[in-house]
Design a protein around this ligand. Structure first.
Ligand code: PLP
Length: 404
């Protein structure tokens, strides 16, 4: 093992030994890499910190048909071997979340799947429930992604129908926003509760104040894991670091994606305590590209920018201004039933006679891109660095659009 410094960035200077210790502490143990850090590559070769070359006979589990980039960067490099950016990403994200360990994946749905596996393993190994009996409580009108397990507990027939069969009793549905009803659904087989802090795809639905904290407490009382899907709401979207910060309802398992890559790369992550994450042993879970160094570098840059640009605060301030202007606009429109939002996560609900699709088309004509969350709801989630000037220009276009 090298005694020399091998990696330097603005945060510090690391020896191989230090990086290995950080990896042990903060990177999930679902792989068992050798005690060696690789720092560069080119073609068929990779290089360790002492400059020794190795023929790479793995080529990221075949994902590098042309070998490593000649620029020397390790961009695509498997979890089977250690590399500094992935290790430091795990530490920085864990610190950012105030949690211990990180398991990187690629997409939101994969991170949700990872959390489901982790919760079930905790149920069988930690809580010692009967084999094949694990139940997870989810909310009606949820959206957690598109894999076959996840669509099995979707309330949207289009997402769910035609892709069955699904395991009966694996996911128990409750009304979103009702903690009392949720508590009543807990059985000796319940391993976790999985919720979105705000239902995005479901129509920008905010639960009553205090709901997340109540669910967290119910989970704690019943020895059930509290899992939050902050794929959409994480990183300032609702005006705070995470949506759970509004209520101090830190989860046992936090699911992140989307903004994590800073818009430069696709990366997702599951973040949890050492106690829970350590249940994953080498071989239990994995992904060819999950936590690839290039995406980890993007995420590291974003975590820094998030603080430097004060994105959560900007989301809070500009979001409040945008909401106020949209509410004024809505007051003069007969087609709009409600405008609601928190930070820069805003929904415009139209009345039954007016489709959001029509509104979206009218706004497109006026020069605004919007998407539909439900038949009558438009979902707005602009960049977090939006300015007051941008919002004023956007409102001009709203006023020009053909919306009754
Ligand atoms: N969870 C939530 C709350 C989401 O909003 C989404 C995507 O919109 C997902 C999970 C799935 O993420 P992905 O599309 O990256 O798989």
């Amino acid at each position: 093992m090298s005694r020399f410094c091998l990696y330097q960035d603005n945060e510090g200077l690391y020896t191989e030994k230090e990086l290995l210790a950080i990896a042990e502490k903060h990177l999930a143990h679902n792989y068992a890499p050798p005690d060696k850090i690789f720092i560069s590559g080119g073609g068929i070769f990779v290089y360790d910190c002492d400059g020794r070359s190795y023929h790479d006979l793995n080529a990221c589990y075949s994902a590098l048909p042309l070998g490593h980039k000649e620029s020397g960067n390790l961009d695509t490099f498997p979890r089977a071997f250690h590399e500094p950016d992935r290790i430091l990403f795990a530490k920085e994200l864990a610190d950012f979340c105030g949690m211990d360990m990180v398991l990187p994946m690629n997409t939101g749905a994969e991170a949700v799947e990872t959390a489901i596996k982790l919760a079930r393993k905790w149920g069988y190994v930690g809580k010692k429930i009967l084999k094949d009996c694990a139940e997870i409580i989810v909310c009606k009108n949820n959206f957690h992604g598109r894999t076959t397990t996840i669509v099995g507990f979707s309330s949207n027939p289009q997402y769910k129908n035609f892709y069955s069969p699904y395991a009966p009793n694996a996911f128990i549905e409750v009304d979103f926003g009702d903690s009392e009803k949720l508590g009543k659904k807990i059985t000796p087989y319940t391993v976790a509760v999985l919720i979105e802090p705000v239902q995005g795809e479901g129509g920008i639905i905010f639960p009553p104040d205090g709901y997340l904290y109540e669910v967290k407490e119910i989970c704690r009382e019943h020895n059930v894991l509290f899992m939050l899907d902050e794929v959409q709401t994480g990183f300032g979207r609702t005006g705070t670091r995470f949506a759970f910060d509004h209520e101090g309802a830190k989860p046992d398992i936090l699911i992140l994606a989307k903004a994590l890559g800073g818009g430069e790369d696709d990366i997702s992550a599951v973040v949890s305590s050492e106690e829970i994450m350590s249940l994953f042993q080498p071989g239990d879970h994995g992904s060819t590209f999950g936590g690839n160094p290039k995406a980890c570098r993007s995420a590291r840059r974003f975590l820094k920018l998030f603080k430097e640009l004060n994105l959560a605060e900007n989301s809070k301030i500009q979001g409040a201004y945008f909401l106020e202007k949209l509410k004024e606009f809505a007051d003069s429109k007969t087609s709009i039933k409600e405008v609601r939002g928190r930070g820069l996560f805003i929904g415009i609900e139209f009345n039954e006679k007016f489709d959001a699709k029509r509104a979206s088309q009218a706004l497109l004509k006026a020069g605004l891109l919007t998407v539909i969350a439900k038949k009558h709801i438009l979902r707005l989630s602009p960049p977090l660095n939006i300015t007051k000037k941008d919002i004023d220009a956007i409102m001009e276009k709203f006023r020009e659009a053909d919306i009754p």
